[in-house]
Design a binder for this molecule. Sequence first.
Ligand SMILES: [Zn+2]
Length: 629
Amino acid sequence: MSDASSDRDENSLYRVLARKYRPTTFEDLVGQEALVRTLTNAIDTGRLAHAFILTGVRGVGKTTTARIIARALNCVGPDGEGGPTPAPCGVCDQCVAIAQDRHVDVIEMDAASRTGVADIRELIEGVRYRPVQARYKIYIIDEVHMLSNSAFNALLKTLEEPPEHVVFIFATTEIRKVPVTVLSRCQRFDLRRLTQDDLQGLFSGIAAKESVTVEEEALAMIGRAADGSARDGLSLLDQAIALGGGKEVLADQVQAMLGLADRARIFDLFAAVVRGKVPESLEILGDLYAAGADPAVVMQDLLELAHFLTRAKLVPATLEAPGQPETERLRGRELSERLSLASLARIWQMLLKGLGEVQTAPIPLQAAEMALIRLAYASDLPSPAELVQRLNGAATGGAAPGSAATGAGAGTAAGGSPAASEPAASAEPASPATAMSPPPMVSAERGLPVSDGAPQAALAQPLAHPLAEPAPYEDPEPQLQDQTPPVSVKPQPQSFAEAVALVRAQRETILANHLMDDVNLVRFEPGRIEICVRDAAPPNLASRFAAVLEQACDSRWIISISQEPGATTLREQEREEEAGKRAAVMQHPLVKSALEVFPEAELVARRDPQEVSAAAPAENENGEGEQDA
Ligand SMILES: [Zn+2]
């Protein structure tokens, strides 16, 4: 159609960048190394399929890849003598014609607009004719999943016996909607979603070629907004370049263009909220709003920051990722070091709830303010851990009741190695105390071999959650799992509860839940369990239970079904036990007075003191300089 220079004259700048820098060789394809390697090998060895299917999210380069394949197959080289090549020359008639979308033997069709059987018939009419100019006649069908069933059937006949000179290349965003009869006749390539690094690298390269200076932060914002799609990102970059007068792209321009809140201010806001500074928090939110930021976007940004800080805490390399602006690295480190995992998890949970409210509230700004106020107050409230710590302190005449901040400060000073001061808890097997889910930091530290009874402690670890329904934000197992020392001796459950805990530790959550809810234990001895199964249980429960146990214990387990009624279910036992303890807690004077001050408050979770005193140092979340004089 037109080359890059005439594209410049058009008003649509979007087409300029996306077209101008559309990759024309496999080498230019960003982020698809695996696909390129496979295709290159296939072409080099001449083992080419007659049908390919390319799948991936929108904008990752499916049709671009299809065109490169078309070129690779039809390129004849600068001298007109070459064969199929993984590195098409780009200068021969074939390459040029394909690049300009005017090659008679490369036929493109968008199945989104032509879904019917007639369209496909018309298209494959030409299949039996030899290519006019090229080696292969290539049919590129985009969004192939949109074809009707009859259209697929018509296509299938051709796919079953494709003529030598025909190659089909399908592209789809929804591979699951493509019939398996079609899939089975295609070589499949998955184009992966582009990472933030891929995108930023691509954009900064293109900006450099365009002689436009783009601030690093602006690149990062565009990269995040592009969400894995090179095409979307390039379109945004186009707009940003247009806004910046074609010379430079500034972060605040992009920020305004995307309706984003200022990154630095988001850090300020987050810090103010977690320090419990309500007026400051509301002022920053107000400023952001006045500057055009959407309250929902502010909440999303805070959530993203909470995630970033949590990740930074567990994976310090997060902070060092290339493209991470210096300010974010420094402030991120500071905040992530100061906040405990438990606090971060709680912040995440509360922000997530707040975001939902902001999205549904008639006046989003008000909902955002309320959410931040709640969060600020939560950061100032003593955590249950601190409550009990204070309680213990009061009992021994220790810490005087003070503000949460001073209490937390004391926690830091004393909290060198909480796990080391708690060897008893580490070495103890799955008693009801360890059964309550411990806060993340503690379980991480407890995973380390701090006590002499290391093997036993390691054994206790997978059994540590037999009865507890973990509180929503206290399930750090996936990240922390690797810190658990390897279990060398296979565990041998000594009770039904332990056996079910073992099932849960094998990540058989559904089975474990059925075992807790729908099974009455009749008799237990190691290796042999008799159970009475309720109707709600799946029919293969006994055999699954046996299989999982055998695998976990490396020994044979016989599970037999009995008609005897058996004991109450584990869930019922758990509820009774919890109800008893809860009643006791509610009677405690400190809890009673807390409920008087906060009548809306609710006892969400209860932990045993042993847990809690170990948790206290990790709960520290209030900043320095907060001590009351
Ligand atoms: Zn060529």
